[in-house]
Ligand binder design. Structure first.
Ligand code: ZN
Length: 312
């Protein structure tokens, strides 16, 4: 039944899109105020684009705060809103693969993956995962770890890519985009130094995380991800996987485990209790009170790590 409605929605929407397209002429024309129309798949990208664009763009966020990009689908309404977008910024490498649905419906929207110039990591291999029960159907198979935005250095590179893209589609305001980007990059550098200092006392410490989103972050701020509770995002660990994880906890003397707001699972809390691990929260997305900007999000996560170790 759900699929009938989805099919119906797409049909209605396609019809509406044709009508709108006929009325508007070019689907990439700026709106009445002359602002360019930009969309971003996840909240951190959305925030970076807002910083660079300033007053010259309308920025549309796709994945609502609280949802995980790993398990997301467009609503018909969102697809409709995206018809007039000039550019959609994406992370790529599987995490927002649903964005490709846009191609059939809004072929004029330029999709820009923000990994240009970034040193990408391979996905952590979970050799223990031999039983292969993990629900990794939604994960990319390219073997690249897509969580590269959780790194100040990578964010600075992404900001340059965003600025060049905005400058290309709106050359009149190009100097402004580049200035905004440069200023934002300086602030990112300052915050990065501040966070590295903040975490000096826990430098090199091992942490466990819910899913494998935190390797770039840990590289950046001097921590070590020793393992993940889930072998893949949303994949329940098998008993054998957990037995291996327990062995690792003993071997390294690991004391902290971090859940995530978007993918929290009761079995993780139970595991933390059984293993006497201090439970903290790391948020890869943000967009909620206290984490309304990318910089606030990074600071929240750094402080969360410090707090978990300080409480021991
Ligand atoms: Zn993830």
């Amino acid at each position: 039944m759900k699929y009938v409605w989805i099919a119906f929605g797409i049909a209605v929407f396609t019809f509406a899109a044709v009508i709108i397209g006929l009325q508007k002429g070019s689907p990439t024309a700026p709106n009445e105020d002359g602002r360019i129309q930009i969309a971003a798949t996840i909240y951190p990208l959305y925030d970076m684009v807002r910083e660079v664009a300033g007053e010259y763009a309308d920025v549309n966020l796709i994945v609502p705060p609280g949802a995980s990009p790993h398990f997301f689908e467009f609503s018909p309404r969102q697809l409709q809103d995206l018809q007039t977008a000039d550019t959609l910024f994406e992370i790529g490498h599987g995490i927002d693969r649903w964005a490709s649905r846009l191609e059939a419906i809004a072929p004029t929207v330029q999709r820009v993956i923000l990994d240009k110039g970034i040193v990408l990591r391979n996905e952590a291999s979970h050799e223990e995962e031999t039983e292969n029960n993990a629900n990794d159907a939604d994960e990319d198979t390219s073997g690249i770890d897509p969580h590269y935005w959780l790194h100040f250095g990578n964010a600075r590179v992404m900001v340059s890519t965003i600025a060049e893209r905005l400058a290309a589609i709106d050359p009149i305001h190009a100097p402004s985009y580049r200035e905004n980007a440069a200023r934002y990059q300086d602030r990112l550098s300052e915050k990065e130094q501040e966070m590295i200092s903040l975490l000096a006392s826990v430098r090199g410490k091992e942490i466990l995380t819910l899913h494998d989103a935190w390797y770039y972050f840990s590289d950046n701020l001097g921590l070590v991800v020793a393992g993940t509770f889930e072998p893949a995002a949303g994949g329940e660990p098998t008993p054998r996987y957990l037995a291996n994880l327990r062995a690792k906890i003993k071997e390294y003397g690991i004391s902290v485990l971090f859940s995530e707001p978007q993918l929290a699972t009761p079995s993780l809390s139970a595991f933390a209790q059984d293993e006497r691990l201090r439970l903290g929260i790391l948020d890869p997305i943000g967009g909620v009170e206290g984490r309304m900007t990318f910089m606030e999000l990074m600071e929240y996560n750094a402080r969360s790590i410090l707090a978990a170790f300080s409480a021991l």
